[in-house]
Ligand binder design. Structure first.
Ligand code: XIL
Length: 371
């Protein structure tokens, strides 16, 4: 019996090295000694509406983030209404498959519920009331999932591009204290949960230094922060591998783990000079900005595969500093980049195509483990 097993193992190892069968090695297995491999799941996937998608999620990934369902407007739509249905299902899916769960996100200026800053008469609330509301929001949600949700994006996108604080309503009412309060409340509600600060453009020097300031401020006050969440909505050219490496090293020096929390790589022209993820910005579509509506030319497919490979080679090199890499969506057809920052385009950001098939980029990423 043992002899046959060895033979079968040998054959499957051989097959695993052929590009035709390489998809039998899941991302989570290939990277098991490096870092967690996560995916953001949408409402249908949390509901397990499509078996093929569910199977792919389970076979490839070992960490889950809800793409939208746990944002304030969905999970806490009215002051006294919490909507836990989707989060419960997410946790059940993760539990059944031994996956790590990230709660995304507790305090963010976007996808927020309209009641949050208003009194019953429609006046803007003061710092004390906002602090109470943030406390109730966080202690209720984090408390409910204590021991079930492993980690939280506690504060999302509190920085402006120059590294100063974003002039959000949270900041206007409470100043920078809303950040430390949020981390304190989350830690009180679940002392074991990992707590992260999450943002986009965190490789750019100014914003990177702003994030390091936040981490150091929290640490100086003995407030727990475990990780920096680098969203990683990137393009074929930017940011450079050198800049990503510098940022990884600098974040790690502060003593936190680095998480790449929302990785996707757009192949489409950007209306900006640098990739961003400010969800409040949008532009008009036109054919120049949507060059590949019927399929990606081989040359660009190769460019994307090479770009992904370079990035994962760097991640592997620094795997001691990196806790997790999460893709922002399961396959190209579902990527938010098809509708951001321009609606209705056809982008090719992820490792699986619109038919759920692994792309060249998938094989290139898996291959980096053997390099
Ligand atoms: C995006 C979702 O993918 C979209 O479906 C939604 O319409 C807008 O938000 N930064 C974040 C994520 O932290 O929550 C955002 O997700 C993408 C940018």
């Amino acid at each position: 019996m043992k002899k046959y097993l060895t033979l079968i193992l040998a054959i499957s190892t051989l097959l695993g090295q052929s590009p035709l069968f390489a998809q039998t090695t899941g991302l989570k297995d290939a990277f098991k000694d490096k870092f967690l491999m996560g995916v953001a799941v949408n409402r249908y996937q949390i509901n397990q509406s499509n078996n093929k998608e569910t199977d792919l999620i389970i076979s490839q990934f070992n960490a889950l983030t809800a793409e939208n369902d746990m944002k304030w407007m969905n999970i806490h739509p009215q002051e006294n209404t919490f909507n836990f249905e989707q989060a419960d299902k997410l946790v059940a899916l993760a539990d059944a498959n031994d996956m790590f769960v990230v709660g995304h996100t507790l305090v963010w200026h976007s996808q927020l519920a309209p009641w949050v800053f208003k009194t019953a008469n429609g006046d803007t609330i003061d710092n004390l009331e906002l602090t109470h509301r943030i406390e109730k929001h966080i202690s209720t949600i984090v408390g409910k999932y204590k021991g079930k949700i492993d980690a939280w994006d506690v504060v999302n996108e509190a920085l402006a591009e120059d590294g100063s604080y974003r002039e959000s309503t949270f900041y206007k009412i409470s100043g920078e204290t809303f950040i430390e309060n949020a981390f304190r409340f989350a830690h009180e509600a679940d002392p074991e949960a990992e707590l992260y600060y999450n943002d986009y453009n965190l490789i750019d020097a100014d914003k990177r230094d702003g994030a390091i300031r936040i981490i150091n401020n929290l640490k100086a006050k003995n407030i727990k922060i475990d990780g920096i969440g680098v969203q990683a909505h990137w393009s074929l050219e930017e940011p450079s591998i050198e800049d990503i490496e510098t940022a990884i090293e600098m974040y790690a020096e502060t003593g936190v783990k680095v998480m790449f929390t929302e990785l996707d790589i757009s192949v489409l022209p950007s209306p900006w000079n640098s990739p961003t993820a400010d969800v409040s910005v949008s532009f008009e579509n036109n054919p120049d900005m949507d060059p590949y509506p019927n399929g990606l030319p081989d040359s660009v497919e190769d460019q994307l595969a090479n770009r992904y490979a370079e990035i994962f080679k760097l991640f592997n090199k620094h795997s001691d500093k990196i806790g997790r890499v999460t893709f922002w969506g399961l396959h190209d057809g579902l990527s938010w980049k098809n509708n951001f920052p321009i609606r209705g385009r056809t982008d090719y950001t992820l490792l699986f195509d619109r038919e759920l098939k692994p792309k060249k980029a998938f094989h290139a990423v898996i291959q980096t483990v053997n390099d």
